[in-house]
Design a protein around this ligand. Structure first.
Ligand code: RC4
Ligand code: ZN
Length: 263
């Protein structure tokens, strides 16, 4: 997958849309990273995160060949986040997950080199500086992504509604309607988070993301993770490849500081 990544970089570098410096992912602020807890710096100016999701803005689930993704109606400010490190509100666009073939690994970010079996990404874009998500991924501070670690443990009742829909999106480019879902049920109750400036972890790898990584994981059970692992990277009719290990390798921290909202 490194080859495809490099391939994508070459495309990104060549494609006129991605000519701007933000798009050359040989850059200085790539994601994911290992968060060294003792090196993170408490920032008392960081505000609590404010999250207002309208469950009616949920549209559908689809398999995009990287993960399964739940898309939201982002034509209004009905589902937004604000506060935290943000200077204005950001609109919810989609959420998706990353996971491993086995419970020993799967997350993109790590904490003191601890790997979790999975990681949820809630993706939001800046409607003040951009007119669409597609534009925002090219902008500095274009996106805010909330990362939540998945830990093996109790059954997650809120997640189960998602899991029950997965057989319908087993193959790449399949889609199923998903009308009412409130993703705030996937957030831990603990308000603590880290935040740092980074990038998308799949093509086009643009350096447009303010990451907010929740300190506390959510618990999911083995059967729920096993359902994720039943998905396929491949389209119907192709030789089946199980959708597992869909995480990017750790990237160098370079000249960045991770801030914490807690002491
Ligand atoms: C082929 O990929 C695309 C094609 C067309 C467009 C407009 C965007 C993309 N890519 C994209 O959104 N990636 C992407 C977006 C957001 C996040 C991540 C990846 B992540 O790092 O996993 O978590 C947050
Ligand atoms: Zn992601």
């Amino acid at each position: 997958s490194l080859a495809t990544c490099t391939h994508a970089n070459r495309n990104a570098a060549l494609h006129p849309l991605w000519q701007s410096e933000l798009s050359i992912p040989g850059g200085t602020r790539q994601s994911p990273i290992n968060i060294q807890w003792r090196d993170s710096v408490y920032d008392p100016h960081l505000k609590p995160l404010k999250i207002h999701y309208d469950p009616a803005t949920c549209l559908y689930i689809w398999n995009n060949g990287y993960s399964f993704q739940v898309e939201f109606d982002d034509s209004t400010d009905k589902s937004v986040i604000m506060g935290g490190p943000m200077e204005n509100h950001y609109r919810l666009k989609q959420f998706h997950f990353h996971w491993g073939a086995i419970n020993e690994w799967g997350s993109e970010h790590t904490v003191d080199s601890k790997v979790y079996p999975g990681e949820l990404h809630l993706v939001h874009w800046n409607p003040v500086n951009s007119t669409s998500f597609e534009e925002a991924i090219m902008e500095n501070n274009g996106l805010v992504v909330i990362g939540v670690f998945l830990k093996l443990g109790a059954h997650h009742a809120g997640l189960q509604k998602l899991v029950d829909a997965l057989p319908a999106v087993r193959h790449k480019d399949t889609i199923v309607e998903f009308d009412v879902f409130d993703p705030s049920c996937l957030l831990p109750s603990c308000p603590d988070y880290w935040t740092y400036d980074g990038s998308l972890t799949t093509p086009p790898l643009t350096e447009s993301v303010t990451w907010i990584i929740k300190k506390a994981p959510i618990e999911v059970d083995e059967t729920q993770l096993e359902e994720f692992r039943m998905l396929l990277f491949t389209s119907d009719g192709e030789e089946e490849k199980r959708m597992v290990d869909n995480f990017r390798p750790l990237q160098p921290l370079m000249n960045r500081t991770v801030r914490s909202s807690f002491q």
